[in-house]
Write a protein that binds this ligand. Structure first.
Ligand code: AMP
Ligand code: FE
Ligand code: FE
Ligand code: ZN
Length: 289
């Protein structure tokens, strides 16, 4: 019989800190997760591992198990694809280069969006810089915060529904690898790639099934199915594919501090699935209390 695993849930494997577009330092994110009763978590800032050290310290002191992670930006045609990556080697040169390229291009892209908005609103790049902590992966949420600070929106959600919505004409995209290259790199770095919120509406609508099948062939490990933004129809399709291909399925909050209403632990991942992720990851070990 298989030995009982050492870790126990509840587990939430998708949380953001201000190293990307969350609003709290990594240790505060870990504290929030702990307060919500979570025993295993992953810090998954966009395109960066900058929060790993602080998160690991906080996790160790609170008795929480930490899976170092990241949410890597990718793009397939017009679709934005977010790849959760767990337990990869943060020093892997190829992956590192791609992360740096995405992060670098995000800056110029955010400047272009601000320039577009500045045609019609009194907003400047320094307003955005003031909302972005050192070393953070810059994203539209920081522009949203600048719009809020300027009084053009009441909160991030309103900014996204208003001025930041692509229909307003200010939107610009940034460089992102295609998901095939992204999955290959994560796997090569010993990581476990799982598509984040694979079935939302809008710009990250579900990838066509032949594309998913190719990604699975390349080493895609699973889908984040229990996420508040996945549609009911999409979840059913994902469960069918996951069962047929014996994939890992996860559930998570996508916590962003005050940046989103999402609460740590609002969706969770089973112990069995956490065990499969840990078994499959070889780039770095989980941080155990
Ligand atoms: P970007 O990667 O710069 O295009 O920005 C996308 C990020 O914006 C996502 O990672 C979300 O965290 C955030 N976001 C998207 N929609 C909303 C929303 N309605 N309210 C708050 N944050 C959002
Ligand atoms: Fe985000
Ligand atoms: Fe995402
Ligand atoms: Zn996320």
């Amino acid at each position: 019989m298989r030995q009982r695993e050492r870790f126990e849930g509840p587990s939430d494997l998708h949380l953001h800190s201000l190293r990307s577009d969350g609003t709290e330092p990594p240790e505060v994110v870990v504290q929030a997760a702990h307060r919500h009763g979570l025993r295993t978590i992953a810090l998954t800032d966009h395109d960066t591992t900058a929060g790993w050290g602080e998160a690991a310290q906080a996790a160790a002191s609170l008795g929480v198990t930490l899976l170092p992670g990241m949410e890597l930006s990718a793009a397939h045609e017009w679709r934005s694809v977010h790849l959760l990556a767990y337990l990869f080697d943060p020093e892997h040169a190829g992956l590192r280069a791609e992360m740096d390229r995405v992060r670098g291009d995000r800056v110029g892209r955010a400047e272009r969006i601000v320039r577009n908005i500045a045609r019609d609103y009194d907003l400047s790049w320094s307003d955005v810089v003031a909302q972005t902590s050192d070393d953070a992966t810059v994203g539209r949420p920081h522009i949203a915060d600048a719009l809020v600070a300027r009084g053009f929106a009441v909160d991030r959600s309103a900014a996204f529904a208003g001025i930041l919505h692509p229909r307003e004409g200010y939107y610009e995209s940034h460089y992102a690898p295609d998901p095939f290259a992204a999955v290959r790199l994560i796997v090569d770095a010993g990581g476990v790639p799982i598509i984040a919120h694979p079935a939302t509406a809008g710009r990250d609508r579900m990838l066509p099934e032949p594309v998913l099948e190719e990604l699975i062939r390349l080493g895609l490990a699973g889908f984040e199915i229990d996420h508040r933004e996945n549609t009911a129809t999409g979840k059913r399709a994902l469960r069918r594919i996951a069962a047929a291909k014996d994939l890992i399925v996860t559930g998570s909050s996508d916590y962003h501090g005050r940046g989103k209403p999402n609460v740590p632990g609002e969706n969770t991942t089973t112990d069995q699935m956490v065990a499969r992720i840990i078994e499959r990851g070889s780039g770095v070990a989980p941080v155990r209390p």
